[in-house]
Design a protein around this ligand. Structure first.
Ligand SMILES: *[C@@H]1O[C@H](CO)[C@@H](O)[C@H](O)[C@H]1NC(C)=O
Ligand SMILES: *[C@@H]1O[C@H](CO)[C@@H](O)[C@H](O)[C@H]1NC(C)=O
Ligand SMILES: *[C@@H]1O[C@H](CO)[C@@H](O)[C@H](O)[C@H]1NC(C)=O
Ligand SMILES: [Fe+2]
Length: 477
């Protein structure tokens, strides 16, 4: 089904041995046609049966991972709001009742959008669930995470700027091959805003059916990008994020947030903070006040891994969107360093880039300009806006590669972060390579709380020994 790509031969520039010099990968491909898959393609197929549920997706429903929000759309009539669920396919003996709503966008009328919270779930358990009525009902499953515990493993897939092209499909397929249990989505979902009038809503629907192959089974933690803003005065649609907010609920109340656009969840050994690049964030705004409080609630003894998601990257050496993350950097970077965030994922730039641990928090007006400097307290910044949407790749990196940039490549792909325990996580960036998944940029991420200060923490001596002997592994960040 996938059109074969013509690959040009590639050579990876050898990693310079001196100091911090980063790698600009010389991998080049002729661009896959960046067009959306036609609506009549099977990837957007409407499920059979009258009023059959479609666009099914799940997300975490509480702070600690014992609840799930299930969302789906019925096209013809509201139908049932019930979810039947249970521990085996033959025994869906539990039910939960959700809500339904609909809305218009210009003259487009949405289907009936259901959302249902299932709570009091058991940790580390596979649940089956069924939605819809009679012959049109459909079944799916999901797994709950391990209980909150500093050594609880968890494998995240990280995807950004996905869209609905053949490249997007390749990214989704590759990510599911990795066995990622939870998807961290860094914004720009459907690119429906590239259409006009009623086609905007229609392309939100097709994207919902497209993403269902993953999002009905693995919880996706959503964050909003600029393509979710959809400020369209010419069709009388001026309230930002309307389609997105109608369709993609988040558990924001559980983290005391006042907006679904920024929130946080805890999952196994990770505390994940989701920010909104396109909502007010300067001092005294609700997002700023919330984040200040949320950082104080992070408990690295319980959740050692502190991960932040946002759309516009703070460190980016691509010509595309250069410096767009600067305003958020000025406001939040000192907190990221103070609270020793482990890793920050962003999208927006349609390429891949990873930074060294650097910060630029010393600037003040009287000292004039300042540059990023190595900083052990700083997070690693990763840009994975390379999901494969119809806008194509951001091919032009700035030359020379700045000191902060460790690895960069203009290809499509996604990342995985496999947390092993409180000290170690294995990170991969996986390039979409001619229909195959090629792990390309990999490293061992040492935890900023337990890893760096491991001598002083409460790790038992025998554990300590194995950690130290492990540090000699390939690339440790
Ligand atoms: C929403 O659904 C109800 C019930 O089917 C219907 O009567 C109403 O017209 C719909 N509203 C919109 C805005 O589509
Ligand atoms: C600001 O820069 C000046 C000039 O380099 C320096 O003397 C001063 O200590 C700096 N202030 C802060 C708060 O870092
Ligand atoms: C943590 O995981 C790493 C990588 O799998 C392993 O080498 C190390 O021994 C583990 N540490 C502890 C304390 O279990
Ligand atoms: Fe974007």
């Amino acid at each position: 089904m996938l059109v074969k790509l013509l690959l040009l031969p590639f050579v990876l520039l050898s990693c310079a041995t001196n100091g911090n010099a980063g790698v600009t990968s010389a991998f080049i491909r002729t661009e896959w046609p960046s067009v959306d898959i036609p609506l009549d393609n099977e990837v957007f197929a409407v499920p059979k049966g009258h009023n059959a549920p479609q666009q099914v997706h799940i997300t975490q429903g509480d702070y600690d991972g014992k609840a799930v929000i299930i969302s789906w759309v019925t096209p013809d009539e509201p139908g049932s709001n019930k979810v039947r669920y249970g521990l085996s396919e033959g025994k869906l003996d539990l039910t939960a009742e959700g809500t339904v709503h609909n809305y218009t966008f210009y003259n487009y009328k949405s289907g009936h959008i259901h959302r249902c919270l299932i709570d009091n779930l058991q940790y580390d358990t596979k649940y089956y669930y069924e939605i819809g009525d009679g012959d049109s009902s459909r079944r799916f499953w999901f797994r709950t995470p391990l209980p909150i515990d500093p050594d609880a493993p968890q494998k995240f897939g990280i995807i950004g700027d996905l869209g609905q092209t053949y490249n997007s499909l390749s990214t989704l397929e590759h990510c599911s091959q990795t066995g990622a249990e939870t998807i961290l989505f860094v914004g720009d979902l459907s690119y429906a805003d590239r259409y006009s009038y009623n086609d905007v809503g229609i392309r939100w629907d097709s994207w919902g059916r497209f993403a269902e192959r993953s999002a009905a089974y693995q919880p996706w933690l959503w964050s909003a990008g600029n393509h979710e803003i959809e400020y369209f005065p010419y069709m009388g649609e001026v309230i930002p994020f309307r389609n997105y907010l109608q369709r993609y609920p988040t558990p924001y109340l559980a983290s005391k947030s006042s907006s679904p656009l920024w929130y946080s969840v805890r999952r196994a050994s990770a505390h994940i903070i989701v920010l909104s690049s396109y909502s007010p964030f300067v001092k005294y705004t609700p997002q700023w006040e919330w984040l200040r409080e949320e950082f104080t609630r992070v408990d690295r003894e319980k959740t050692p891994w502190l991960i932040v998601l946002m759309h516009a990257p703070i460190y980016n050496s691509n010509d595309a969107h250069f410096m767009e993350g600067e305003s958020m950097r000025v406001v939040f970077e000192s907190w990221f360093c103070h609270y020793k965030v482990d890793i920050i994922f962003a999208g927006h730039v349609h390429a891949y880039e990873r930074s060294y641990r650097i910060s630029n928090i010393k600037y003040n007006a009287s000292s004039g300009s300042s540059n990023p400097v190595p900083d052990k307290s700083a997070p690693v910044y990763v840009t994975v806006g390379d999901g494969g949407n119809q806008e194509g790749l951001a091919q032009r990196f700035r030359d020379p590669q700045p000191d902060f940039s460790a690895f960069r490549e203009a290809s499509y792909g996604h990342s995985t972060l496999e947390i092993k325990n409180r000290t170690h996580a294995i990170y991969h960036w996986n390039r979409n390579d001619d229909g195959k998944r090629i792990p390309t940029d990999s490293f061992v991420l040492l935890n900023q709380y337990w890893g760096l200060n491991r001598r002083r923490r409460k790790l038992k001596k025998n554990h300590l020994h194995s950690v130290l002997s492990d540090i000699s592994e390939s690339l440790v960040v």
